[in-house]
Design a protein around this ligand. Structure first.
Ligand code: RIB
Ligand code: CA
Length: 317
């Protein structure tokens, strides 16, 4: 990336509390230029994630950024939602403004393709839900692959799963889509559970955000309040902040440990459908297809999150 130019990005997610915080982080960054936002079914149905995404866009004053509704179900399997984590609405907790600009008439795939086609520079896709929109884009417009700088994914996990013992929720919800993506040749960066379960934000951390006392910081703190209800019931002492890693690892890569690897997606398997399997063997002749994010400096991660929320000082919603 050119040092003084912003990185053009497309936000693709299933908000979802951690998607929402990832989008707050992205909108606060001086390094990112948000060209489009698209929803996907995942944490909740497509209607709910779309409504939530449009309300987040209104909160963040992204009125000029086109927002398109994405794929309502995985390519092959059945959709599983995560109401236990995100509530019936998919973004339970604080009140949010209503959408403040019309939904795009384009589908997610058509809007993503339009942005890629019209951009002078290559575009980064930050994908924090299932990979269904991305796979559909790659299938429908293979000629646009070369306009993708990178797909920064929250998904997968080399050591363990979270929805099953072997698979992480985003990948498990659409393994075929992830397989298409990981075998497309497009540059990928994967923030799996290896790093996101270490991106722990403790209640004392998000009290720092609440104490900023600006309207967006207040909403973010209340998103943490809600999200932590179920997460803490599972025994976590902090909120596992998955999706913001897919943004933070772009704008502050220096606080992360990242290794190139050959990663494949298991689409079969009685126990491991949706698993992400990496080959780090020195003897392997498998060419790396992905930058795997393995660890982070948690304290710096939190500091940068607080710094981003502080940028909304004086915000009006
Ligand atoms: O497994 C965590 C992922 O699943 C996150 O993206 C969360 O928002 C859910 O989509
Ligand atoms: Ca998500």
């Amino acid at each position: 990336m050119n040092n003084n130019k912003k990185r053009p990005v497309i936000l693709d997610g299933d908000p979802g509390h951690d998607d929402a915080i990832a989008w707050v982080l992205a909108a606060a960054s001086d390094e990112l230029d948000i060209k489009a936002m698209v929803s996907v079914a995942g944490n909740q149905t497509i209607e709910k994630t779309t409504y939530n995404g449009r309300r987040i866009a209104a909160l963040l004053h992204l009125k000029d950024v086109p927002f398109a509704m994405g794929r309502e179900k995985p390519l092959l399997g059945n959709l599983e939602v995560a109401a236990n984590f995100h509530g019936v609405s998919g973004l339970d907790g604080p009140a949010l403004p209503e959408p403040d600009h019309p939904l795009s008439e384009l589908s997610s795939v058509e809007l993503m393709a339009k942005v890629l086609r019209e951009s002078e520079e290559k575009v980064t896709i930050i994908s924090t839900g299932t990979q269904t929109n991305v796979a559909a884009l790659l299938l429908a417009y293979p000629e646009l692959k070369d306009k993708i700088e990178l797909i920064s994914i929250m998904g997968g996990g080399l050591r363990n799963g979270n929805w099953t013992c072997g698979a992480e929720f985003n990948i498990l919800n659409d393994p075929e889509a992830a397989w298409i993506e990981f075998n497309s040749g497009v540059p990928l960066q994967m923030c799996g559970l290896d790093v996101t379960e270490r991106a722990l934000v403790y209640p004392s951390d998000w009290e720092r955000i609440r104490e900023l006392n600006n309207p967006v910081a207040k909403v973010v703190a209340e998103w943490f309040d809600f999200f932590f209800i179920h997460v803490s019931s599972l025994g976590w002492k902090g909120a596992t902040l998955h999706d913001p890693c897919a943004v933070m690892s772009l704008i502050h890569p220096e606080i992360f440990t990242i290794k190139d690897a050959y990663v494949q997606i298991e689409t079969q398997g009685q126990y491991c459908r949706g698993a992400t399997v990496a080959d780090f063997r020195e003897i392997s002749d498998a060419k790396p297809n992905c930058r795997v994010v393995l660890d982070l400096d948690r304290e710096k991660f939190v500091d940068y999150l607080v710094e981003a929320c502080a940028k909304y000082e004086g915000w009006v919603i």
